[in-house]
Design a protein around this ligand. Structure first.
Ligand code: G3I
Length: 331
């Protein structure tokens, strides 16, 4: 089992899985696998603003509470994903007609209320997700437009203030993003953002989503990217790992050749992560349980044209060669 082998390491780390509240029924195959193999969970979507916040100061806690309670009851770490993300803005906030200052006050209130609600129960939060665009500029989101370029630091400081006020002085605050390893413009902008946050003592870690790593970036590019975070004394979360093998839709079934290549890529990613200094390790999280539930196949968001098999378990919850690759990466 993944976490059993990881926990025997000299410097272990959390083995994470992205889950949905509906999967957490006692005795379900998900429940059994999570308890055997994983030591951390992230909500795939139910701890995002558009799911929790239904109106100003009005919250629907049910799904997120179920996820957090499951982790707390089973000694499984809960990573909060994500307080502020442009793809999870509730309609009422998109339509908000108040002033920019009042908009900022709504965001501060949301962050304060959610961090307070989960103080002592959620170990870490992605405070802001994907604030930098692929050109290396600040992504032109509603948050940038309404709150200005300091909004990222504001959000981190509000989260920290809320956690401290609630007595949760060990909460870890992360910035989370994707595709920085081969895109140096984006990488440079992300790390300059992290420098600002570090100078303000507002950040503890950085999440590298690590989607779409089958063909690029290279091992050396990933190591260079992660080592920049090591140099800044940040904890590192490989936060959303999945390894698609059919982005050009050139196969209609999971061929043995792609299966073995995927196994090698999972092994390589685990080796890279496991080689990090102990002080910089936090979690390596897989973005979904079964291939057939992944966000990737036929994803319009990803412009993915066909089927794919990106994860560690197949549609029957059986372990795949990728799972073996993960284990071999720990040797
Ligand atoms: O399950 C419900 C269903 O009951 C309901 O009828 C339906 C219509 O509302 O929604 C279904 O939930 C959908 C959920 O995926 C199913 O897993 C949500 O609408 C949909 O928004 C959600 O999409 C998630 C997406 O983020 C947006 O939150 C994906 O699962 C999730 O994989 C994806 O994850 C993101 C990370 O947060 C950030 N990095 C990129 C990554 C991929 O886009």
């Amino acid at each position: 089992f993944l976490k059993v082998k990881v926990n025997k390491l000299a410097n272990p780390f959390f083995v994470g899985m992205a889950i949905k509240a509906s999967q957490l029924t006692n005795g379900s195959p998900y429940d059994v696998i999570l308890k055997n193999e994983f030591s951390s969970i992230s909500a795939e979507y139910e701890m995002k603003m558009d799911q929790i916040s239904t109106a100003s100061g009005v919250y629907n806690w049910a799904a997120a509470d179920k996820i957090v309670a499951y982790g707390n009851a089973n000694n499984i770490n809960v990573h909060g994903h994500a307080l502020v993300w442009h793809n999870a803005v509730p309609q009422w906030l998109k339509d908000f007609s108040g002033t920019d200052a009042e908009f900022a006050a709504e965001v501060k209130k949301y962050i304060t209320d959610v961090v307070t609600h989960y103080a002592g129960k959620v170990k870490s939060w992605d405070v802001v997700n994907e604030a930098v665009d692929d050109s290396g500029a600040m992504r032109n989101t509603i948050f940038l437009q309404r709150m200005g370029p300091n909004y990222v630091k504001d959000c981190f400081q509000w989260a920290r203030e809320a956690a401290n006020a609630a007595g949760d002085t060990s909460l870890l605050l992360f910035y989370n993003d994707y595709a920085t390893s081969a895109n140096t413009a984006k990488q440079d902008k992300v790390f300059s953002l992290l420098d600002d946050l570090k100078a303000a003592k507002a950040i503890d870690g950085v999440g590298f989503q690590m989607h779409n790593t089958y063909l690029s970036p290279t091992k050396a590019q990933i190591e260079a990217d992660l080592n920049k975070a090591v140099a800044k004394g940040l904890k590192i979360h490989v936060s959303e790992l999945d390894i698609q093998v059919n982005q050009f839709n050139d196969i209609s079934a999971f061929t043995n050749e792609r299966r073995l290549a995927q196994k090698a890529k999972y092994k390589e990613m685990v080796q890279i992560y496991n080689a990090l200094p102990a002080a910089n390790k936090y979690a390596l999280t897989i973005w979904g349980m079964r291939d057939n539930e992944s966000w990737i196949p036929f994803s319009t968001e990803l412009n993915h044209p066909g089927n794919d098999w990106p994860l560690l378990y197949d549609s029957n919850f059986a372990v795949k060669s990728s799972h073996t690759g993960f284990l071999e990466g720990l040797d």
